[in-house]
Design a protein around this ligand. Sequence first.
Ligand code: SAH
Length: 456
Amino acid sequence: MEYRKNEVYVLTITDVDMDGNGVGKLEGFPIFVKDTVIGDRAEVKLVKVKKNYGYGRLVRLLQPSEKRVEPQCRVARQCGGCQLQFYSYQEQLKFKENKVKNNLDRIGKAEGYLLHPIIGMEEPFRYRNKAQFPIGRDKQGQPIAGFYAGRTHSIIEQEDCVIGRKENKEILRVILDFMKEYRILPYREENHSGLVRHILIRQGYHTKEIMVCVIINGKSLPYAQELAERLRKLKNMTSIMVNCNQEKTNVILGKKLTLIWGKEFITDFIGDICFQISPLSFFQVNPVQTERLYKKVLEYADLNGEEIVWDLYCGIGTISLFLARKAKKVYGVEIVEQAVQNARENAKRNGIENVEFFTGKAEEVFPVWYGEHKEAADVVVLDPPRKGCEKELLQTIAEMKPKRIVYVSCDSATLARDVKILGEMGYRLLEVTPVDMFPQTVSVETVCLLSKLHVD
Ligand code: SAH
C-alpha cells in the first residue's frame, strides 16, 4: 500500500523510541508519532514519508492507552521538555530500565551482570533546583516568561514549570511587573534589541537559599536597586545578581556578573559536604537523586580508607569530596578551569586535604601522570559527558589495572560502547543501577561497577 503525506490513518501505538515518541505500524511500515503512548489508538496525519518509515502527528485519540496520564503541565505538548509526561511514573521508570538494558545488551554485548531496579523518586515533580526562563513578549508586546517551544525559539508562556520550584512563579511575577512599570524591554533575538534575555533562579535544597540572576543584553539594568528592594522581600532571598551577555548567541550566560543585593553565592549540601554555588557554577540539578547517585558510587567503590582513587570528569569535585573521607587519596581531573578552582575551594572549605585536582582533558592528563608516576589506582570513577570516554583513556586505565571501575553515565548508548571496550581489556560488568535524575524526561543516569577479571 502507498502511504501519502497529509493523509489521516488510524494507528495503534505498540512501541516507544529512545526519544519517547510512540511508534505504530501500518502493515509493517513504522510511523513515529510524538505525544502518543504505547497502547493508544489514534488518528494520525502523516507529515513525512521516508523509504522505510514515516512521521505522523497526533490528530485525535480514539482510545487512550491505560498507561496514559493527564500531564500536570498545561503546555507539556508544545514545550517538549518533558517527553514522558503522558506516561504514568511507573511506566516512565520501566521505559528507562529498558533503555539501559537494551543498550547494554545490544551495543555492549554484556552478559551475566546484575541489573538492579531503577532508583526513582517518591515525588517526581518540583525537583529541579535551577531554572532558566527566557523572557519574550506576548502579542500586545508585554513581557512574558516561559520556555522555547520544542526545537524553536518562540516562547510559550509558562511561569510555573512543574519540574521546577513553586517559588519561581512569584519571583518571575515580581520581575515582569517591574519590567512593565519601568518599561524595560525584553530581548528580541531577531534584531538583537531589547534588554532582558533570561532569568536564572537557583535554590539550595537543604538551605532553601534563593539566587536570582537577571541576564541582560546591556551593561547595566536600569532601576536595579528598585528591583532588588522588591525581590529581597521574598522569603529566603539570598543573592540578586545581573549578568551581562551582549553576544548574539544561544549560550545563556555571559562572563560578567554584578551583585545588586545580598551575597555572591548561595550554599547547599550534598551529604554533609557544603558547596558554594554562583550563577556560573555547574551543580547537579536534582539534589534528592544526586545524593542517592553518589551513595551508589560510594557503595560500588567499596573503600576502606587505604585506596588511591581517580575521579575523572570531576566537575566541581562533588564525587571526589564525597569519596575522600573514605579513601587514602583522591585525584580529580576536569577540563573546565573554573570548575577545578571551585573544586579546590570546596575541598578547603570542608577541610578535606587528601584530594588533588588537575585541569585538562582526562584522556591527556591521566596517561601523562601515570607515565611519570607509575602509581596505580585502586578505584577509578568515570563520569563523562554524553559522548563517553576516549579510547586512549580506557587503554591507560586498563594498563593501570585498578581493581574496580565505577562508571557514571548520562548516556547509556556510549556507556554500552565503553563497557564493551573495557570488556575486551579485561574488565567485567558486574552491577548496574539506573537512577532517575530527570523524571518526566527521557534522560536516564546509570551507575555501573566493573571489576578486573584476573589480577596479575
Ligand atoms: N562528576 C561531576 C561532573 C560530571 S559532568 C558531578 O557529578 O557533578 C561531566 C564533566 O566532564 C563536566 O564537568 C565537563 O566539563 C567535564 N569534561 C568534559 N570533557 C572532558 C574531558 N575530555 N576531560 C575531563 N573533563 C571533561
